[in-house]
Design a protein around this ligand. Sequence first.
Ligand code: GTP
Ligand code: MG
Length: 257
Amino acid sequence: MRDYKVVVLGAGGVGKSSITVQFVQGVYVESYDPTIEDSYRKQIEIDGRACDLEILDTAGVAQFTAMRELYIKSGKGFLLVYSVTDENSLKELLALREQVLRIKDTENVPMVLVGNKCDLEEDRVLSIDVGVKVSQDWGLVPFYETSAMYKTNVDEAFIDVVRQIMRKEAAISAEKKQQKEIQKQQTDPSTQPGNSDSGAVASGLGNSNLNINVNAAASKQGEPAAVKEKAAAANTRAKQSNAEAAKSSESKCCTIM
Ligand SMILES: Nc1nc2c(ncn2[C@@H]2O[C@H](COP(=O)(O)OP(=O)(O)OP(=O)(O)O)[C@@H](O)[C@H]2O)c(=O)[nH]1
Ligand SMILES: [Mg+2]
């Protein structure tokens, strides 16, 4: 079984622990107890593959963030969480993403952008379009509006980041295979070029990256109609964004090849 380490990052109080506990244990925590560091394990099957997830729920409150650099180094994928009720939490997230890219030293880091507390419509200060714009600015990072309270899009966000880790690992092993083929051809002149199929694999992976998922959640018991409607509106925006994304699919595909 493969190990996947997912790190949940974001400002204090945005709902990182609530999202994580909903995903792992299926319960909603009403009280606010600032996190220092909590680690969870969950086994799930994604696309027929058993995965052992280690989820690190990190501190958002400044006095507990000293370990952040270490979390980022060890993480394979990231949930970057802000609250739709807190403008500053999105600003903090922009800096956090920069920190992730700097520490990982690459732009190609599995991550999802999460706008949490979408059930708090009256307190909302950040629209869906703001999230869509940030996702586009970040190179079409998948975007989900979530409600930890109603479990809206919570599973979807975690599964998305694990799929991205899987795709990245598959692309890396395809690239290694291709390099081995090239080396083999260079050392063995009798080998004919063009026998490798790894290029085609990498190309397919490139196309599957193009998604902005402001997905509507399936109807759940107790989920208010307003949350459901909002999620449906978000889905329409996501489709528009996906259409825009599709226009640039060729160049993305070529980059990966
Ligand atoms: N209405 C609503 N409240 C939420 C939601 N998610 C979290 N909360 C509440 O917001 C407060 C903070 O949530 P936490 O999950 O502890 O926030 P956190 O990001 O882990 O905070 P730190 O650990 O300090 O970084 C708690 O009282 C939660 O019940 C949500 O989706 N909707
Ligand atoms: Mg917490």
